[in-house]
Ligand binder design. Sequence first.
Ligand code: HEC
Length: 270
Amino acid sequence: MKTIIYKISLFFSALVLVACGGVPEEKSETAAEENAFSVEEVLEMVAKENDVTRTLYTKAIVGKGKAQGMKFDEDWRKDDVEAGPLPALFLRGVATSIIKSPVPLGLYLGSDFPVNAANKFEGKQADLFQEIKKTQEPQFFYDEDQKLHTAMFADLASAGACVSCHNKHPQTTKSDWKLGDVMGATTWQYPKDSLTYKETVAVLNAYAKGTVDIYMEYLDEIEAFKESEKPEIGNKWPAEGNYLPTAEVFLDSVKKLSSYETMKHLVAVK
Ligand code: HEC
C-alpha cells in the first residue's frame, strides 16, 4: 500500500512539474525521470480516457444533438455539408492531432467488417481481433516490423445509433450488428516498453489535446454554417436544447468522468 501511495504522490508531483513547465524540485525531478509504468499500463490508461471521451461524444453530443436536429456526417469537412464529425471521425481527428504532437503515440480504429475498407485489420492485428471478439479482453504484442509495442481494446456497440447507422450504411460489409457487439478495436502503439511519469503525463495530455483540437474544428465548422441554425455554444449540452458545450466544458466533463477510472488504474498498479 505504501508503494502505491508513493507512486501516486510521485505521479501527481510529476503532473504539477509538467503543468508548471518543469520548474525543478530536485527530488520529484529525479522521480519524474525514472521509468514508472510499463507501456501496457499507460496504453490501458489512455484507452480508458478514450472510452469515456468516445461514449460522451457519441451519446451526449451526437445522440442528443440529433434529437435537436443537429447533423453528423462522414463528409462533415466538405464545404457544402453543414454537419459535425461522426464518432469514428472524431477519433480519427484525435489520432491526427497526436501524430502532429511530439508524443510518439499511435491510434487507429479498425474492424473485420468495416464500413471503410481502409479500416480493415490485417496480419497480426486481424488474428488478435478474433481473440478480442471472443473474450473482449485487451491484447498486447510487440510489432516486430514497425518496432512498436501494440495494445488493442474492444470497441463495443454501446448505443443503438452505432448499430443502426452501420447496418444501414451503403458501404457496410455487415448488416446484422447488435447492441453490445464488438464492432471493432482501437489499436494503440508506442515505441518504448516503459515510460517515466513525465512521458506518461505527456501521453495523457497529447490525447486530451487531440480531443480539444477536433472538437474545436467542429465548432469552427459550425461557425461557418450558412444554411443551418447554429447551436448556442456555452456551458449547456444538447440534452437541454439547441446548445453545445465549449471545448473547455467538454474536456472538463471527460476529466470528471475519467479521472476516477485513471486513478483506480494507478491504484491497481502492483
Ligand atoms: C451515423 C453513422 C454512424 C454512427 C452513429 C457510428 N458509426 Fe461507426 N462508422 C461510421 C462510418 C461512416 C465509419 C467509417 C468512417 C471512415 O471513413 O473511416 C465508421 C467507422 C467505424 C469503425 C471503424 C471500422 C469501420 O467500420 O470502418 C468502428 C469500429 C465503428 N465505426 C464503430 C462504431 C461504434 C462502436 C459506434 C457507436 C459508439 C459507431 N461506430 C457509431 C458510421 C457511424
